[in-house]
Design a protein around this ligand. Structure first.
Ligand code: ADP
Ligand code: MG
Length: 701
């Protein structure tokens, strides 16, 4: 049935060939189905008219009525703008437009009565409104045309605006479409779910979304559409997981052998925390289940993920499989190599390190040993991904600090085995549960939510740069006690040269207070060669330097338990999760550790909130929550690339309850009908067939 939705957009009343062309080019809207899938991102309440005297600077969206007086065009280039004065009985504000100036200048009737819709803001203490929408109020018309009280606001492109196809145009089009007698869309949720949650039909919901009649009904419509969005997000995750488990039988690691047992009984340097034990149990069950493991291991900085990785690797090796461990930087890969080598001591495990700076000869040995199976554990950077690296029987892939790796990169490693290896992805970025569900819905998640015993919580203080001298005195005292200090500078620009400059001038400042050669320094920055970096790191690790001055290259994973102070200059320039990662470099030994955030005097509201959060809590999950709130999910590390969070309506922060309901329903549905064969699953089958996108992503995590 060629439905109403397939009708070309040019056939809709009010759309000629030219406008149709613009809709196609600018918004990818070809037919009515596309049009109603172009959701408004908010609705404006035009049910009431405000007066200027009622306005406060924080008002979201207001409607005013009064006279508009053109003032003219001022400014040059980017700042060129048209201004007008708006006046009602209670006061005046300024109206400003930066675009469409010529047209507006011609069409605004100077001094006439207008309805004005827009957002209020304060600029240099004066109230103004940028790009308001104007509706001329005809004093002679018997009664003003009835205003819609809830107006949908659509995403528009500049190209649309240039053609003067504005929001009013879009709102009129969708209104025409959804008011058409033939308007109907196929239902994509099963009846049982609609009834259970008393959700409106898809047709009703879309009609209300585009042409709202009532705020309550609009709310219900939005909830239904959000549910639908999240339900299908989860459904896709779960289908992918199901497919994967059906098509790739996991290698069965059913032996816990000599390596694991000997290590556990004789070489484990400390007792595992309860959380580490629990996670190990989860991993062992997974790897012996006959299903391929795809597990995300979340644990705050310092929670001891490396030990879990090692124990997991030993199980794989006990079962005669090879293991690859990949870290995002050379420093980290080297550190892993060294600490695992040290932990393993004289145990018979053949391990190698492969990085960009491995010599040709080393590479040759590694490649041949990996291929013939002699090599048991290969640790490295991106170098592991190269095609020449082939394993004889790769059984386990461990990826450290997951967010540094792109999706495609992980996929490459995953494909290196004959069979599908088990995958353990470790991350220190604490992700709120809702985000984890959305992003990694098809992964199993293990959490280390407990730090090793005897750790004292890091004390965090916020100081302004005016107090640098006091901070430096404190550093002297700590160093006199035999401790070490990290001193971190932000990357001001994304340029190596500037990085070096700012680091060097920072270093000079520090040495004024803590002079050489009395105080010994390590210096690490992104411009150094890996060997140089490594040697500076080693100096610090061995206690041959007191202070490590660095840019954020030390952000993740570096482990020097004797370091007790982390100073972060211009802390307001860092994101929350980065600050938390940096702070995690200290507090790794038994000593009391400190984090000192130095900030400039002028802080943005968000900047202040970030620093205050750091002072208030050490809890990574708490910090992740605030981070999500301040930045939005699209900005959280590693999620931007996923494209998975381009939800149209749902907001995983605000709509947690809907997300959980949607996930529960999707799980329950698949538990009943794994392959969606039952007649009642027909709407789901159709919807998945209609939009099969986004399925690939998580297969490879
Ligand atoms: P992360 O989870 O940040 O990778 P690491 O694995 O580097 O943390 O561990 C941080 C420090 O804690 C290391 O020095 C490690 O040896 C130590 N550690 C790990 N587990 C324990 C434990 N159960 N008890 C005491 N110390 C531990
Ligand atoms: Mg680590």
């Amino acid at each position: 049935m060629a439905s109403f939705l397939d009708m070309g957009i040019e056939f809709l009343k009010g759309v000629g060939p030219q406008k149709a062309e613009a809709l196609r080019l600018e918004l990818n809207i070809h037919n009515l189905g596309d049009l109603i899938s172009h959701y408004p991102f908010r609705h404006e309440d035009r049910s009431r008219i405000y007066t200027v005297s009622e306005l406060s600077s924080e008002q979201v969206q207001v409607q005013l009525q009064g006279h508009v007086f053109l003032k003219g065009v001022i400014g040059q280039g980017q700042g060129r703008r048209l201004t007008a004065l708006f006046r009602d009985e209670t006061g005046e504000i300024e109206l400003v437009w930066f675009k469409g100036i010529a047209f507006l200048e011609k069409s605004i009737k100077n001094g006439a009565l207008y309805r004005v819709n827009g957002r209020m803001s304060l600029f240099k203490g004066k109230a103004n409104m940028a790009h308001p929408e104007l509706d001329w109020v005809d004093p002679n018309a018997a009664s003003q045309k009835v205003q819609r009280s809830l107006v949908p606001v659509y995403p528009l492109t500049d190209g649309m605006r240039r053609r003067r196809l504005d929001n009013r145009f879009m709102a009129q089009l969708t209104l025409t479409a959804v008011s058409h007698p033939d308007f109907a869309v196929p239902e994509n949720l099963p009846t049982a779910i609609l009834e259970k949650f008393k959700l409106p039909s898809r047709t009703e919901a879309l009609r209300e979304l585009h042409a709202p009649q009532h705020i309550d009904r609009l709310e219900k419509a939005k909830n239904r559409l959000k549910f639908e969005e999240l339900f299908y997000l989860q459904m896709r995750h779960l289908m992918v997981k199901g497919n994967r488990q059906r098509s790739f039988p996991g290698i069965r690691f059913d032996r816990v052998g000599d390596l694991f047992n000997t290590f556990y009984q004789k070489h484990l340097p400390f007792a595992l925390t309860g959380a580490q034990k629990r996670v190990m149990k989860e991993i062992r069950v997974d790897m012996n289940s006959g299903k391929q493991m795809n597990r995300l291991l979340q644990g705050d900085v310092g929670s001891g993920k490396t030990m879990v990785a090692l124990l997991t690797a030993l199980i794989a090796m006990d079962n005669q499989y090879q293991v690859a461990l990949m870290a995002p930087t050379e420093i980290l890969a080297t550190q892993h190599f060294q600490s695992l080598q040290e932990a393993l001591g004289l145990m018979p495990v053949r391990l190698h390190l492969l990085t960009g700076s491995s010599s040709k000869k080393q590479r040759e040995t590694i490649l041949s040993e990996a291929a013939d199976g002699r090599l048991q554990l290969l640790i490295g950077t991106h170098a592991l991904l190269e095609d020449q690296v082939q394993f004889q029987n790769l059984g386990l892939v461990i990826v450290d600090e997951q967010h540094r790796f792109g999706v495609a990169q992980r996929a490459k490693l995953w494909k290196k085995g004959q069979q599908t290896p088990h995958v353990l992805v470790m991350t220190a970025t604490p992700i709120p549960r809702t985000l984890a569900m959305t992003l990694y819905g098809d992964l199993d998640v293990s959490v280390i939510d407990e730090l090793p015993q005897g750790r004292k919580p890091i004390q965090t203080a916020l100081r302004s740069i005016g107090n640098r001298a006091i901070v430096m005195d404190f550093l002297k005292k700590e160093i006199a006690l035999g401790r070490q200090v990290y001193y971190v500078f932000p990357l001001i620009e994304d340029s190596d040269k500037l990085e070096l400059q700012s680091l060097m001038s920072g270093y000079e400042t520090v040495t004024q207070y803590l002079p050489t050669p009395q105080y010994k320094y390590s210096l690490v920055h992104g411009r150094m060669k890996p060997e140089e970096k490594e040697s500076e790191m080693q100096k610090f690790k061995k206690g041959q330097s007191d202070i490590m001055v660095a840019t954020t290259v030390i952000e993740v994973g570096v482990n020097v338990p004797n370091a007790s102070v982390m100073v972060i200059e211009n802390a307001e320039r860092f994101g929350l999760s980065q600050l938390h990662q940096l702070r995690g470099r200290v507090g790794r030994g038994a000593e009391q550790s400190y984090c000192i955030l130095l900030s400039g005097h002028k802080l943005s509201e968000n900047g202040r909130r970030r620093l205050e959060t750091m002072v208030a809590t050490n809890d990574g999950f708490e910090i992740a929550k605030v981070d999500l709130e301040l930045r939005g999910p699209g900005e959280i590390d590693g999620t931007r690339q996923s494209g998975i969070l381009d939800l149209k309506l749902a907001d995983i922060r605000a709509d947690e309850a809907i997300l959980i309901a949607a996930r529960t329903e999707a799980q329950a549905w698949l538990a009943q009908d794994e392959l969606l064969m039952l007649p009642s699953s027909a709407p789901i089958r159709l919807e998945l067939a209609r939009s099969p996108h986004r399925t690939l992503w998580s297969k490879i995590s």
